[in-house]
Design a protein around this ligand. Structure first.
Ligand SMILES: Cc1ncc(COP(=O)(O)O)c(C=O)c1O
Length: 423
């Protein structure tokens, strides 16, 4: 497609044409993909950038002194600069390529937290987090005697900050998702950064769900660490980013050993490389990092203002002034009451009759559980889109989320059968 300039209104039908998979039909219908929060589809520009590397420039990076190695290295480092630009970071050396958001958060837990946290210190997180921002802290707590504290929620699904000062007392880290995959809640981060710093804690932002939808700026947020994944923002799987303030990265020990992370290795030890290479052990996902750079360019040409506008609820249900994306199920007393009234007026049939095609999209996982040990909530992917395709009276599960654990999904109904989907 001819990419629209950001000042010109976006032709979203043409944007659809950028995604080859959307030309597919499923059950005789053109594919509509609603699971982007779990992982988005990829535009041609991203696929082409990766193909171009493999077809014309491929070699390992940072270790060869010949044309292909130099070209591949330059393209990889250019992508690092784009990955930094996407989040408003001025210094690409503050961007470490990881496999994904999960690995980026684990890098902070293993490298920074194990060096800086003592028994009795606290990590504060929230009931809105993905498991990727819960489990590393449980592991740290078990290993180091660190306390994990939880910011609770208000009935309408926002962070309940009334006791924030008490929760931050003695904390070394506050770690929060900017956009929750559970409810779609957007958290206003600058006040949290201020409160964390006032208490002597650092702020880690899980930006896995915000980076694909809105302009993110580490300087404006005032955070110390920020993590995101390429595969949720039109980029490939296998690459993600940890951004951290340069002085933090400099002081952190390496996470994994071997390959590009050493400056010098001897029989009696090694000297770690400079940042960010100190954290990029072994052969990195070169093509994927270059695909991430192409995804940044692609999102840039659309512009985040247009993307945010497109995310807003459309149609008769749209309320003026509401800030999108509002992705998850409505929660709270009023929403529950509305649902009860609706159900009373229009009771659901006990069993929906077949034959039907592609019926029903369920958004959101099970009800939010306030008990931290049970996980912070249901799968909000897509957000929380779990497709129940009902065909010929049979229900079939088509969604999945490794991050949210088995309790999120109902087991397939008896009689569930796999069928070829191509129409
Ligand atoms: C808010 C949030 N954080 C972290 C993750 C983990 O991302 P990844 O699987 O790319 O590591 C997800 C994945 O869905 C997410 O939604």
């Amino acid at each position: 497609m001819a990419v629209p300039a950001s000042a010109v209104p976006i032709d979203w039908a043409a944007v659809k044409g950028d995604f080859p998979v959307l030309e597919r039909t499923v059950n005789g219908h053109r594919l509509v993909f609603l699971d982007s929060a779990a992982s988005s589809q990829k535009p041609r520009a991203v696929l082409a950038a990766m193909d171009d590397l493999y077809e014309h420039h491929y070699a390992n990076i940072h270790r060869g002194v010949y044309r292909l190695a130099e070209e591949a290295t330059a393209a990889y480092e250019a992508s690092r600069a784009k990955a930094a630009r996407l989040i408003g970071a001025s210094d690409p050396r503050e961007v470490v390529f990881t496999r994904n958001t999960t690995e980026a958060i684990n890098l902070v837990a293993y490298s920074w937290a194990r060096q800086n946290l003592q028994p009795g210190d606290a990590v504060v997180t929230t009931l809105l987090e993905h498991h990727a921002n819960i489990v590393p802290w449980h592991m740290l707590a078990a290993e180091r005697g660190v306390e994990v504290r939880w910011i609770p929620l208000t009935p309408d699904g926002h962070l309940d900050l009334r006791n924030l000062d008490r929760l931050l007392d003695g904390a070394k880290l506050l770690t929060v998702a900017q956009v929750s995959n559970v409810l779609g809640t957007i958290t206003d981060l600058p006040p949290l950064a201020e409160a964390a710093h006032a208490a002597g804690a650092l702020l880690l932002v899980d930006a896995a769900q915000s980076v694909p939808h809105m302009g993110v700026d580490v300087g404006a947020i005032g955070c110390d660490f920020l993590a995101y994944s390429a595969h949720k923002m039109c980029g490939p799987t296998g690459v993600g980013v940890l951004w951290a303030r340069g002085e933090l990265l400099d002081a952190m020990p390496p996470f994994l050993g071997g390959g590009e992370m050493i400056a010098d290795v001897r029989l009696d030890g090694f000297t770690p490389n400079e940042v960010p290479h100190k954290f990029e052990a072994g052969t990195m996902p070169i093509a994927e990092a270059i695909g991430l750079g192409a995804a940044v360019d692609y999102l840039d040409t659309l512009g985040f203002e247009a993307i945010r506008e497109h995310d807003r609820p459309q149609g008769p249900g749209r309320r003026s002034g509401r800030q999108g994306p509002r992705l998850g199920p409505a929660v709270g007393r009023r929403a529950r009451r509305r649902r009860q009234l609706r159900t009373r007026r229009h009771p659901r049939p006990r069993r929906e009759p077949g034959p039907r095609r592609a019926r029903g999209v369920r958004a959101g996982g099970p009800p939010l559980r306030q008990a931290p040990h049970a996980g912070a909530g249901g799968c909000g992917h897509g957000a929380g889109v779990v497709l129940h395709l009902q065909r010929r009276g049979r229900r079939r599960r088509a969604g999945g989320c490794a991050g949210c654990g088995p309790e999120v999904f109902r087991p397939p109904v008896k009689g569930d059968r796999r069928r070829r989907e191509d129409g």
